[in-house]
Design a protein around this ligand. Sequence first.
Ligand SMILES: *Cc1c(COP(=O)(O)O)cnc(C)c1O
Length: 391
Amino acid sequence: MKEPTKLVTAGRDPAKHQGVVNTPVYHASTVIFPDLATHDEIRAARARGEQVVVYGLNGTPTTFALENAVAEIEGGYRALVVPSGLAAVTTALLACLKAGDHILMVDSVYEPTRNFCRGMLARYGVETTYYDPLIGGKIADQVRPNTRVVFVESPGSLTFEVQDIPAIAAAAHAKAALVVMDNTWASPLYFKPFEHGVDISIQAGTKYLAGHSDLLIGTISATQQAWPALRETARMLGLGAGPDDVYLTLRGLRTLGVRLARHQESGLALARWLEARPEVARVLHPGLPTDPGHALWKRDFLGASGLFGVELKPASRQAVAAMIDHMELFGIGYSWGGFESLIVLTDPQRVRTATRWEGHGPLLRLHAGLEDVEDLIKDLESGFARLNAAL
Ligand SMILES: *Cc1c(COP(=O)(O)O)cnc(C)c1O
């Protein structure tokens, strides 16, 4: 089956739900068993790892539908749904690490992931070393006997460096470390983590899977070897995603392909337009042939999402405010992956520890939404006029 077809069929079985097209929303804590023998049978099935309904926290047909769909589309053995993207990151790390272990963390990682290493993993005796996102196979020199995880996020948060994931995975696996990836940028459609040596892949489903800026959810998919520890850890942590949010994510998934195609097209159009603007120092978008990560992106990725960076030529904060404060279509806001366009001022150097961000001007992060791209360009054009007037 080709991918657009999978997006329509994955995790869906109308015959099991009176013919209803979408898997219904099951709200549940207690589940009633008809008798003791059935109770024992279902508990035994759960112990074998089967998808059975025992208690609301362990999953319902709604949760299982999303888990199965994500596993199928991302290409993992199984997948888990948790209440946020950050919970997906922390659960995956807790499943792999114990006191005395070491983790190699990419320096361009999403900042809350870094906070978790500093604020929680350190407290429990796990040491974190940050590495250059462009390190490639040379990461082998940094893998220690107690390194259990090499964490990758590609392209990097805010700065969009593309990592050589197959080379990193080869070095990690040579020393029995696992590769955990935050694959949110590309979504399960545009990067196939398990074909490139990743063992556990995380999605902030809040972004493109849900796609409508109205909920928080995370998914974790894994290889067969990495799966048991992950499932046990999630169970011990007591994480359960809300059934309505799971349902909405499944609904979002059905249109992920068409939405992402538009995000990609508009993102590239904006990136090309911005590249030619006199106010712009450079555009950070691996889909542009001028981007340093373009060759790796072309080799490993199947597309680009709508999120990218723009470094302006040096300008005051006041001038940047004049530009972004009065946009008609681009909202100033975190998160991304919804239908609407966003713009934020970022500061990568504030959080880096292993590398320096070499930019000189203000760095903006843009999300190309589903609006008409001509309208988006007009909005940016007026923004530049305000910027120039305030310089
Ligand atoms: C947003 C984001 C997350 C966290 O997702 P939440 O659902 O907001 O917790 C994790 N990783 C990346 C790359 C993100 O952009």
